[in-house]
Design a protein around this ligand. Structure first.
Ligand code: HEC
Ligand code: HEC
Length: 395
């Protein structure tokens, strides 16, 4: 109701702007994508490396895993509008970008994200950079595709709290969306559908590629791209002592597996069993998907429920002893790569310095200045009155 009222007010207050310009979706691909047969295909120097040839796991010349591309320019552009549009939430207060903010590595700076009416969710928002490469989504790996994933936040009562019926009614009665869906899905009998909506969101998210960091330039042969300290950090990171690269494996800095590392919950919170529930397997109690470390300096706080405020604390966790944070009486089968590397303070600092070299936001999409719903684009926490942005002092 509140939401319909908002739409009504907006259409009264801004008749000129809403009625004035028509929306036309882009017909060219985002940078680093090449248009072929009306689909956008990724172009990356990593494609010269063949992942099937074993050049040593975690080596600088490992190729890319399979990924999603081939979406049309119009589908990607429609997804961009949808991603920033609070029309997707029940009361028009939250967009996907409320919790996946471009200037925070597509995370939100919160330990655990805050949904509609200030409800604190169970976990932190992962970065969306390079989600095109991920086979399984969510910290506990419970979704197999971006389309399946999107149904989670849209309809979860503590996130956007919408219903399929109300969502589709809002889209249909919006001024511009029906025409835009027809532009993006011209071959479909019913272009404006929930299926195409989640498909367009997947198309947009698949364009968030980050493979041009200073690390990548180094990996692709430019030795000068990393400082001596960063190279020292990279060597510790890849060493058989620290073993980071066994799980956070280049080039994505994740091997995409679920691993039990025994990271702690925030003070006072019950244990999150993670992937145990997804796979109904006790040996995965406390197991989470290995997160990518690309753009990691942007996405504090760290771990599934944001227990660590700084990157240094997150790295330090690994030197404090296998299973040191597992609550008393809980049986957890910690992964065999988690041990007691006894890293020196200098080595920890060097790893943290190296992780900064994984930052690349050169393919940052632009935030729409105007939305097809007539609402204002939301890409921070400010629409959510219960959700003051949290300050971080780790840098
Ligand atoms: C209220 C905050 C919030 C909103 C709104 C939200 N998300 Fe998320 N998102 C999260 C959280 C928290 C997680 C992790 C949840 C989990 O793992 O159980 C997540 C996970 C994801 C993932 C999985 C990433 C990975 O590496 O596994 C994707 C993709 C994603 N969200 C996309 C979206 C899209 C698309 C929308 C809009 C339809 C959206 N999110 C809306 C908070 C939010
Ligand atoms: C056995 C596999 C494994 C190894 C080895 C490993 N990690 Fe992790 N790492 C994970 C998993 C799984 C998570 C997510 C755990 C959670 O959220 O509770 C994680 C989380 C992190 C995070 C937080 C990421 C985020 O987005 O919040 C950082 C930073 C990190 N690891 C760095 C390292 C470093 C540095 C090393 C080497 C010292 C290392 N990891 C070794 C599996 C591993």
């Amino acid at each position: 109701m509140k939401f319909l009222l908002r739409l009504l007010i907006l259409s009264i207050v801004m008749p000129v702007e809403a009625a004035g310009q028509e929306f036309v979706l882009k017909d060219s691909c985002p940078p680093s994508f090449e248009l072929r047969d009306s689909g956008c295909y990724l172009v990356s120097r990593y494609q010269f490396y063949d992942s099937l040839q074993n050049r040593g796991v975690g080596g600088t010349q490992t190729g890319l895993p399979e990924y999603r591309d081939g979406f049309s320019p119009q589908q990607i552009d429609l997804g961009r509008y949808l991603f920033f549009d609070p029309i997707l939430s029940r009361d028009g207060s939250l967009s996907c970008a409320s919790c996946h903010q471009p200037d925070k590595g597509f995370s939100d700076g919160q330990a655990r994200s805050i949904g509609i009416d200030g409800q604190v969710t169970r976990r932190g928002a992962p970065s969306l950079w390079n989600v095109a490469f991920l086979k399984r989504l969510f910290w506990d790996a419970r979704a197999d595709s971006l389309e399946e994933q999107a149904l989670g936040p849209l309809f979860a009562p503590d996130e956007m709290a919408n219903t399929p019926l109300q969502l589709m009614q809002a889209m249909e009665s919006s001024e511009h969306y029906p025409a835009l869906f027809a532009q993006a899905y011209p071959q479909t009998a019913e272009p404006l559908s929930l299926e195409n909506l989640t498909h367009a969101l997947a198309a947009f998210q698949s364009s968030l590629v980050s493979l041009n960091s200073r690390y990548d330039r180094y990996a692709l042969g430019h030795h000068q791209a990393l400082s001596e300290e960063e190279i020292a950090g990279m060597n510790v990171y890849r060493s058989f002592v620290a073993r980071c690269a066994e799980c956070h494996t280049p080039p994505l800095f994740t091997n995409q597996q679920v691993a039990v590392i025994g990271s702690p919950e925030p003070e006072g919170l019950p244990l999150d069993v993670g992937a145990e529930k997804t796979f109904n397997a006790a040996k995965l109690k406390g197991g989470f998907k290995v997160p990518s470390l690309r753009n990691i300096v942007r996405t504090a706080p760290y771990m599934h429920s944001g227990r660590f405020d700084s990157l240094r604390e997150a790295v330090e966790f690994y030197t404090k002893g296998r299973g040191h944070a597992v609550p008393d009486g809980v049986q957890m089968q910690i992964h065999w790569h988690i041990w007691e590397p006894q890293l020196t303070e200098q080595e920890i600092d060097d790893i943290v310095t190296f992780l900064d070299a994984l930052t690349d936001e050169s393919l940052m999409p632009s935030i729409p200045g105007r939305l097809p719903s007539g609402l204002a684009a939301v890409h921070d926490n400010s629409n959510n009155k219960h959700n003051p942005p949290r300050e971080h002092s780790d840098e």
